[in-house]
Ligand binder design. Structure first.
Ligand SMILES: C[S@@+](CC[C@H](N)C(=O)[O-])C[C@H]1O[C@@H](n2cnc3c(N)ncnc32)[C@H](O)[C@@H]1O
Length: 346
């Protein structure tokens, strides 16, 4: 618990750092912006939600929920009536519990209220537990106190009654200011289900086919558990024929594992043509930017040797030791040799 540190990222959204893993949960360039750019924009999510009436999302590594919350925020803006089901995987329950109390000016607070009142997790947390968590992790400055009061059963009951009231015929007679202030409950076609376990186990129990899979694990070098070939093989089964898997990682080992699992793989770029991650799909035409000759070559070097986890339960140390061994004994060229040769060639 104590290993999480709160920080403010460059777009003013709150991010986290994990002292034990030694990795950030969110890019310093902006927790909100990272979700919007690297996951939603890069995957074609924004145009998808305008053109469809149903969506299934798998959010792997929910953390404090930026990917889910930013996705719901866009759905509210672009297609309120979209039938939305999200499966969110996360093994650190405390992060999921504090997620609705961390707000951002670009994310409609209705989403946080929805998460508190309409998902099952309010039953597991109390006002005092949440407060204690923020206090212990020195994140107390980042709490949205108004949302926190919703943990009080009486206030939550009142809020729900208010929402129901706004839905009835008297809604037309409520003054505009009150309507704006209180906000109508707009997420009535949305379900968010949390799976609190190691994502490698959770995915084996899922039944849906997903239009979008967001993979937002810690970097492969820091925590390789969710980047193995076997994990991608399972994700392949869960992805809809027309779906896409998106991640911020552009590591050769990750791309190698995706290709081996049967995906078509491409690069995602931001507006300035900077690489911001990887897209994988079952259909080639869903890949806008195919991997370059350089990237494909890199995957054939030692850097492209992927993690193996046959039973989906190896420890981080095992996964790393096994790959390190394979890299050491490999007759592939090193990535630095490859890069030098490639630079000479062009
Ligand atoms: C980079 S952070 C994700 C940030 C998150 N998407 C957000 O918006 O806050 C990685 C998350 O993966 C979770 N995690 C790491 N390994 C996991 C595993 N094997 N199963 C489930 N969750 C895992 C961590 O607890 C952490 O919250």
């Amino acid at each position: 618990m104590g290993e999480v540190i709160f920080c403010v990222t460059n777009d003013s959204s709150v991010g986290l750092y994990n002292e034990v893993v030694g990795d950030i949960y969110h890019s310093t360039y902006g927790a909100y912006s990272e979700s919007y750019e690297k996951f939603l924009k890069a995957s074609g999510f924004l145009s998808y939600i305008k053109e469809h009436d149903k969506i299934r999302i798998l959010d792997i590594c929910y953390g404090i929920g930026y990917n889910t919350k930013v996705a719901l925020d866009e759905i509210l803006k672009l297609n309120k009536v979209l039938d939305t089901k999200i499966d969110a995987l996360e093994y650190d329950k405390s992060l999921v519990n504090i997620s609705p109390f961390i707000t951002h000016q670009k994310i409609d607070n209705v989403i946080n209220k929805f998460l508190i009142c309409n998902t099952n997790y309010h039953s597991q947390m109390s006002f005092w537990n949440i407060l204690a968590y923020f206090y212990k992790t020195r994140g107390i400055l980042h709490i949205n106190w108004a949302n926190l009061t919703l943990l009080c059963p009486l206030i939550r009951k009142f809020y729900s009654a208010l929402c129901r009231f706004q839905h009835n015929i008297y809604y037309n007679y409520i003054p505009f200011r009150t309507k704006m202030g209180l906000k109508t409950p707009k997420l009535n076609k949305t379900t968010v289900t949390f799976h609190f376990d190691d994502a490698r186990q959770s995915i084996l129990k899922l039944q849906s086919k997903y239009n979008f899979i967001f993979l937002d694990a810690f970097t492969p070098k820091k925590l390789p558990t969710l980047w193995s070939y076997e994990f991608f093989k399972e994700l392949y089964k869960l992805l809809d024929e027309d779906g896409v898997l998106v991640t911020y990682s552009s590591s050769a080992a990750v791309r190698g594992a995706m290709l081996e699992a049967g995906f078509f793989v491409g690069t995602s770029f931001d507006a300035n043509k900077k690489v911001i991650g990887t897209i994988a799909a079952k259909k080639k035409n869903l890949i806008k930017n195919e991997l370059s000759e350089f990237d494909l070559g890199l995957i054939k070097t030692r850097a492209g040797i992927f993690y193996r986890d046959e039973n989906l339960n190896a420890t981080e140390a095992n996964l790393t030791a096994r790959r390190d061994d394979e890299v050491r004994n490999s007759d592939r060229i090193t990535s630095s040799r490859y890069k030098k040769d490639y630079a000479k060639k062009i």
